[in-house]
Design a protein around this ligand. Structure first.
Ligand code: 4NP
Length: 140
């Protein structure tokens, strides 16, 4: 799960996908990372922690990190939140195989950046949850 800061959207996506996959009995390794380095080493944004907690998911133990090219070798799928993430990630691909791993979490639609708008966290949670359910349906 990749977004810009790895403190708002992708930590939610990480926690939600991990929780849903586990519930389905799927042994999936889920992680998240950012394309920007401002918050590396920090926990998720407190608004994401609070929103996840309200839905019964604890993301407080996550630690922000940068996406690294070796993630293309480690993971089968790289889900991004918006078009900027998509172009940033595509710029890091080494070959066609890497490229084919990258897609928008919501297929065609984007998950908006809630960093400057407190009211977006709850809708963002719901969008991501819906996207994760679709992905589980498609891949499991
Ligand atoms: P995220 O949100 O990409 O969903 O983690 C952001 C978090 C921090 C910043 C931008 C977006 N920032 O500019 O620090």
């Amino acid at each position: 799960m990749v977004c810009l800061g790895n403190i708002c959207r992708s930590p939610l996506a990480h926690g939600i996908m991990e929780t849903l996959a586990k519930k389905q009995g799927l042994d999936w390794e889920v992680d998240s990372a950012g394309t920007g380095n401002w918050h590396v080493g920090e926990p998720p944004d407190r608004r994401s922690i609070r929103t996840a907690r309200a839905h019964g998911i604890d993301i407080s133990g996550q630690v922000c990190r940068l996406f690294r090219v070796s993630d293309f070798d480690t993971y089968d799928h790289i889900f991004v939140m918006d078009k900027n993430n998509l172009s940033d990630m595509l710029a890091m691909t080494r070959n066609k195989e890497d490229e084919q791993k990258v897609s928008l979490l919501l297929g065609e639609k984007i998950v908006p950046d809630p960093y400057y708008d407190d009211t977006l966290f709850e809708p963002v949670f719901n969008m991501i949850e819906q996207g994760c359910k679709e992905i589980i349906k498609d891949l499991s």
